[in-house]
Design a protein around this ligand. Structure first.
Ligand code: SF4
Length: 423
């Protein structure tokens, strides 16, 4: 399970992660199968989320799992703190469209019950299930059912809590260089815990090393990736609400994925978990690690040239495009002055000006519509184009589409603005 530890090897990994940032050479990891979904090896990076319901509330949990799966989630984790939660698992598993993972803390019995119920993966925390005999029993149960285990350490869980002397020594080391020492502690905790798995000859293991700090997450996963060849589950803990957690999560996970590190991801927010899946999908699509299956909307940021309420229009276009199931690229631009240059590559685009907008389909000027017609007309063109793609009569923009600027729309006072290039 451990990687060779030569300096050359680590230097090579750093070169790959640092210099070849955009090539996304995925680090080779073992592969485990979770309810039919491969994680690691050459499998695509999968998306996970976690229900926020009480698992014993079967209907609510199944409803949320279905919503998450519908949004693009590949695997869903559920908390099983009590016996009544694991008792609910058979009914949940019967109705779940995706593999289900049981999140186990403190009580190893919950892991055994979840395995018995047929769950597809177990998550154990070395910080709170430490007894060797208990871990052995969970491993034996998982081996019998061929169920992988995620061993997940968190920044908050690796400092010793019971043994005062060990805790004092750890704290004194942490005081010297908190980040480096914490990363070392996380890796050490994984090494110690994985020894039990190795002694049991059990290798269907996924690892995680989470923190609330984005830079520490990057450092921790780099260190874990250099040390082990097991597939990695990326994530931050307690990232906060989407407004701030999104930046923190994307900064850390985007960096790691760009280095080729990460086999499955969970973005976690203090919000409806549907946002986690939507953002994880956008992250993977943006990095080219997942193919889009839905429309992609690009829009100008607006500026002093804007003459319509573009932000409202963009929100309405986004809502309407959700009905299209083809990855059409749609651009909503605020003017014809330099919007065309910025919208190059869009399949369908509108350039809005005072009172009217010009619609393009793959670089061809299609029609000019009034402001009140703009939303419906753009949507109609997007639907028509998507249907042509589905019938094989048109191709999505694999190559860049050049959009020649139309004649500028007149200003409020009737004057015609010059294109920027001509100023
Ligand atoms: S497209 Fe036009 S309105 Fe939008 S940001 Fe660019 S120049 Fe400004």
């Amino acid at each position: 399970m451990t990687r060779p530890q030569s300096g050359l090897y680590n230097t090579a990994l750093r070169v790959v992660s640092g210099v070849l940032l955009n090539m996304f050479l995925r680090r080779k990891t073992r592969q485990v199968i979770v309810g039919g979904v491969p994680i690691g090896g050459d499998a695509p990076v999968s998306i996970q989320s976690m229900t926020s319901t009480y698992t014993y509330d079967i209907d609510a949990t199944v409803r949320q799992i279905r919503q998450l799966a519908e949004a693009g989630c590949d695997l869903v984790r559920v908390a099983v703190p009590e016996r009544r939660d694991t008792q609910a698992l058979p009914a949940i598993l019967d109705q779940s469209p995706v593999p289900v993972i049981a999140d186990v803390h403190f009580h190893y019995e919950r892991a055994l019950e979840a395995v018995e119920a047929g769950v597809h993966k177990i998550r154990l925390n070395p910080g709170n299930i430490k007894d060797r005999k208990e871990v052995d029993r969970v491993i034996a149960a998982c081996r019998e059912r061929r169920i992988p285990i995620r061993v997940g350490v968190n920044e908050g869980g690796v400092v010793e809590r019971k043994d005062k002397n060990t805790r004092a020594a750890q704290k004194s080391e942490l005081a010297k260089d908190y980040r480096a020492e914490m990363v070392r502690l996380m890796v050490q905790t994984l090494e110690d815990y994985l020894r039990v798995f190795e002694e049991n000859d059990f290798h269907d293991v996924v690892l995680s090393a989470k923190s609330i700090d984005a830079t520490m997450v990057v450092e921790a996963y780099r260190a874990v990736s250099e040390r082990f060849d097991l597939p990695l589950h990326l994530g931050l803990t307690h990232a906060g609400p989407p407004e701030t957690g999104r930046i923190r999560s994307i900064a850390a996970l985007g960096s790691l994925l760009s280095m080729g590190i990460g086999d499955t991801i969970r973005i976690s927010y203090a919000a409806d978990p549907i946002h986690e899946v939507q953002d994880a999908k956008e992250l993977l699509c943006s990095l080219g690690l997942r193919n889009r299956v839905e429309p992609e909307l690009i829009a100008c940021p607006t500026c002093g040239r804007i003459e319509i309420d573009l932000i409202k229009l963009v929100a309405e276009v986004r809502r309407k495009l959700a009905a299209i199931k083809t990855p059409v690229k749609v651009a909503v631009m605020g003017c014809v002055v330099n919007g065309p240059g910025e919208a190059e590559g869009a399949d369908v685009a509108v350039f809005a000006g005072k009172g009217r907008g010009i619609i393009y389909v793959q670089g061809e000027q299609k029609r000019t519509v009034t402001e009140s017609e703009m939303l419906d007309a753009l949507y109609e063109e997007a639907v028509a184009f998507a249907e042509r793609v589905e019938r094989g009569q048109a191709r999505l923009s694999h190559t860049r589409v050049t959009i020649a600027p139309p004649d500028p729309l007149p200003r409020k006072d009737g004057s015609i603005p010059l294109p920027l290039a001509a100023r």
